[in-house]
Design a protein around this ligand. Sequence first.
Ligand code: C5P
Length: 316
Amino acid sequence: MSRARPRRVRVTARAKLNLGLAVGPKRPDGFHDLATIFQSVSLADTLVAEPARAFSLRVRHENAAVRGSLPAAARRAVPAGADNLVLRAARAFAERHGGGAARLTLVKRIPARAGMGGGSADAAAALAAMAALAGRRLARRERLELALALGSDVPFAVVGGTALGLGRGETLRPLTLDRPFRAVVAVPRWQIETRAAFRALDRRKYVLTKWGRKLGFAQSIARKRLSPFRAVRLGNSFEHAMGRREGAFIDLCSRLRRAGLAEPRLTGSGSAVFGLLEPGVPAHRVLERIAGSEALYVVHSARKSLAIERIPAPSG
Ligand code: C5P
């Protein structure tokens, strides 16, 4: 299907939280089976794409924390060159579906290597931007296939909202929240590398023995309208394989708990930790009670991951 080609496309690419995340055994393909509850949240990057003769990417960092900021090392964790998922996604789209190259500008607000799906959100945004610039609308299956080739979390970043993720995270069952929620996210100055986190879990075999029960729990809560307060009870397997970060993680959770956040959780493989705000509790009241130097964000649940704005070519 095709439609008029815009002069420029602006995509809002929202972050995700894993309300709960259970990791299963390693599969023959090297990936692990997962059972996770994905949730899009309001914190977002912005990607602008314009037609150009060659692909290029400029990254600008913007601090969206309500308190504190990320260290320079966190900014350096976002590659600006050909390794950036935005460029990989844009090139993959053009190779498969045509439409030419693009000049891409990314405003980065989602902390990198925090478990908030920033890179995946940017990749999903790039696919959407390239399709819009080319005046194409891909079938859902085509979009999700391209997305999975870029990373396990990219299919959810394309779909967004609330979903149970199985398989590598790409088998998605859409869910409905019983009500919207807000959360405080604390991002430590240290980061976690996903691959290393999976390896650490493989060494802690006893975590994986709980897999069957966890999978059952995830499937049982995913049948009804979902309460986020119930979803966090799924836990996060990575919390049991924090290695040298265990002390810092436990300390952060207890500070968040003391400030009034019910059940702090790691999102993805970390390092960000979030706590749900009880309905009616003002965020500033909780924020002022959180001791420490972590960058703090206040987010709310979002029903979509991507918002696409087409700026039309002048007519005539
Ligand atoms: O798919 P993605 O590139 O995000 O995964 C990064 C790494 O995390 C993989 O190479 C793999 O080592 C690990 N991973 C895994 N099981 C998953 C997802 C990721 O083992 N379901």
